[in-house]
Design a protein around this ligand. Structure first.
Ligand code: KG4
Ligand code: ZN
Length: 353
């Protein structure tokens, strides 16, 4: 029986490169969050390798689950339900979490709630927040895999009004960082390189895609590549490109800082302008900023400064992929009775609305 102060939900998130488990009460109070992030095995390769990611989830999940329940001081028998990310994400990685969660739900005889990873990001500002966002709201979800502008009328009632036509914002950060010889993940590295600069001699393009709320970052990436090409000279640039070895070559820290700054400002300008415009058009009473790129200080500051309504940004640990946000969205779905009625398959391309 669900406790009067709200259901106790354990969630499992393995859609990408984090093996994450959380226990959350009443869709907002995080009792514990344990994550193991696979940065090291992929760092040398400058990105995530799907087969490796799935294998590392298999190796990690049991220990992460045990550590999380132990930190929450919760016995599995006390849980009211389990929630698990069904998609979008890497099929092999999703499968590990789904298999684990289905086994537990069966063994514990508890309902299992399949959750859309994007609804998880959408729900993340509700965690540990005494003053959560009000509806209707405009949500900017920006991560390594997604760049979506979502209008939320109520929990479960979403309309995706814009998305990227090519790279996700975080992916652009990662690729540009690589071109500049910075470390992976690229977002924090670019932010560090650009910090302290209040201008840049370079002006990079912004893809406004007039009138719409979609995004595009491929032209910006190409423009950065041209700058790098000019800086290094064609022979060295071609060698680096052929070797797919961005980490070589550029040793001019001033140049790297100038390009990082120009790139960051260009991305932030477009994200902020489109989010604020959409919020005004749809008469949203709040804006939320979620996903790994929400960790970006310039983006947080610029959006807060430009927004006519309150801007909610979750704690850093809830911006990156984490199971607590899956537990919040799972609790919303549990309240709507949206529980699994049979075996669950990964939905790598699952859309939000
Ligand atoms: O949400 P997340 O952990 O994983 C995905 O679902 O993709 O987001 C990771 C992404 C990476 O692309 C990373 O470079 C970016 O978030 N990121 C940042 C910052 N910190 C992480 N991007 C810009 N500025 C940051 N400070
Ligand atoms: Zn994510």
């Amino acid at each position: 029986m669900t406790a009067p102060d709200g259901p106790l939900v354990a969630a499992i998130e393995t859609s990408c490169d984090d093996t994450s488990v959380a226990v959350v009460r009443a869709g907002r109070e995080e009792l514990a969050l344990k994550s193991q992030t696979q940065i090291e095995p992929h760092a040398a390769l400058g990105g995530i390798v799907p087969e490796a990611a799935a294998r590392i989830h298999v190796e990690a999940i049991d220990a992460v689950w045990n550590a999380c329940l132990s930190e929450a001081a919760v016995d599995a028998a006390e849980l009211d339900a389990l929630a698990v990310t069904q998609g979008p994400g890497l099929p092999g990685s999703l499968l590990v979490g789904l298999g684990f969660a289905q086994g537990l739900a069966y063994a514990l005889d508890r309902p299992l709630v399949p959750v859309n990873h994007l609804e998880g990001h959408f729900a993340s500002p509700w965690l540990n927040d005494g003053n959560p966002p009000e509806f209707p709201l405009m949500a900017l979800i920006v991560s390594g895999g997604h760049t979506e502008l979502v209008y939320g009328a109520a929990p479960g009632d979403y309309r995706v009004i814009g998305r990227t036509r090519d790279d996700a914002a975080g992916e652009a950060f990662d690729k540009v960082a690589r071109m500049l010889g910075l470390s992976y993940p690229g977002g924090p590295a670019i932010q560090r390189a650009a910090a302290g600069r209040d201008g840049s001699p370079f002006e990079l393009p912004r893809a406004w895609l007039p009138g719409g709320s979609d995004f595009s970052f491929s032209g910006l990436k190409t423009a950065v590549w041209r700058l790098v090409h000019d800086q290094l000279g064609p022979v060295e640039a071609a060698r680096i490109r052929a070797a797919n070895d961005g980490a070589a070559g550029i040793d001019d820290a001033e140049f790297v800082a100038d390009v990082a700054h120009a790139f960051e400002v260009s991305v932030v300008d477009v994200l902020v302008a489109k989010t604020v415009r959409a919020a005004r058009q749809m008469r949203a009473v709040a804006i939320t900023l979620t996903g790994g790129v929400a960790a970006n200080a310039r983006l947080r500051a610029a959006l807060t400064a430009a927004s006519p309504v309150p801007v909610h940004v979750p704690a850093l640990k809830h911006c990156v992929d984490n199971a607590s946000m899956i537990a919040v969205a799972g609790s919303w779905r549990l309240a709507r009775g949206e529980v699994a009625s049979g075996p669950l398959e990964p939905e790598p391309g699952l859309a939000l609305a």
